[in-house]
Design a protein around this ligand. Structure first.
Ligand SMILES: [Zn+2]
Length: 316
């Protein structure tokens, strides 16, 4: 695919060709798209066209492009997986299993399992720490959503949030967002998450919540007191507020009801789309976002530069 932004219709047309599917996945998982035998590591093989598999000349084992990926054991064809992934990473407010089912041509139940498996792929497992300016804030998800301002007393908040799931988010300005579902808002837990994810010395912006008190020993900790104002110069948590509203919109609309147990998967999904909506320099195209997701399929995470290089190099 050469154009920057492909629509879903174009993606469907493109992946209708089996060879396009194979080439796209091969380009993302092997250097130069050249298959490597998963059994012996050699790169010399025959292509068995009818079976859409390679046969290794060295060890005589056969393998397909799906081997070692999340698609490996699936009886569903590659085009169905690729279109579902395309939809998942490019629909701003998320997609329902019903939409995927009708677009891809599987049952709603199959679509639900496909999406869960793909969300797992989108999970961020990078071990680098966030740096620069990081907004940190918690939110309450589930139950009846009520828009309450923080200036209400903690008691009122506690009552309003009963039965909701607590989540914490860390947003690196101009970078990525990370989230976690947490059992409570206790100080050791909240601060443990910050210290685990944020480089010492970075600027951390939070609201006046007491759980953040003491972060200034390791960070340039700036506090915006929401009882007084929401923005003071660059000190605000509006980036995260926007992120949470996207999460709530998708959960309230697209994903009619999400069990708390599954919530982290939906957060990962939204965090992936948020993080990869753009780089510091420019907006990403649907194809680039898709390619980044696909590069995670075989556990091979590429950098942005590598992905864009492979996308143009592979001619997809
Ligand atoms: Zn081999």
């Amino acid at each position: 695919m050469s154009e920057q932004n492909r629509t879903l219709t174009e993606a469907i047309r493109f992946f209708a060709d089996r060879q396009h599917c194979i080439d796209t996945v091969a380009a993302m998982r092997w250097i130069g798209g050249k298959p490597v035998c998963p059994n012996c590591g050699k790169m010399d093989h025959y292509w068995l066209a009818t079976q859409a598999r390679w046969k290794c000349k060295a060890c005589a084992k056969q393998f397909s492009v799906k081997v070692g990926t999340v698609f490996e054991d699936s009886p569903l064809s590659l085009d169905k997986w690729l279109i579902a992934l395309w939809m998942l990473v490019n629909c701003k407010n998320g997609i329902s299993s019903y939409e995927v089912a009708s677009t891809v041509g599987v049952t709603q139940k199959s679509a639900w399992f496909m999406l869960q498996r793909l969300r797992k792929v989108l999970q961020d497992s990078s071990n680098t720490k966030l740096d620069g300016t990081i907004e940190v804030d918690e939110s309450f998800i589930g139950g009846k959503s009520r828009n309450m301002h923080r200036k209400r007393s903690n008691k009122v908040m506690a009552r309003a949030n009963k039965g909701k799931t607590v989540v914490i988010g860390l947003l690196e300005r101009g970078g990525q967002v990370r989230t976690a579902v947490i059992p409570d808002r206790q100080k050791p837990l909240v601060q443990g998450i910050v210290r685990e994810n944020v480089e010492t010395g970075a600027e951390v912006i939070t609201d006046e919540f007491g759980g953040y008190l003491g972060l200034d020993t390791d960070y340039a900790h700036n506090v915006i007191n929401h009882a007084v104002q929401y923005v003071q110069g660059h000190v605000h948590t509006n980036g995260l507020e926007n992120f949470w509203s996207l999460v709530k919109r998708s959960l309230g609309g697209t994903y009619v009801s999400v069990a708390p147990f599954h919530l982290f998967r939906y957060l990962d999904e939204q965090a992936f789309r948020w993080t990869w909506r753009s780089t510091k320099k420019r907006k990403l195209s649907n194809m680039e976002r898709f390619a980044i997701a696909l590069s995670q399929i075989a556990g091979k995470r590429l950098t942005f530069a590598e992905v864009t290089g492979q996308v143009s190099g592979a001619g997809v």
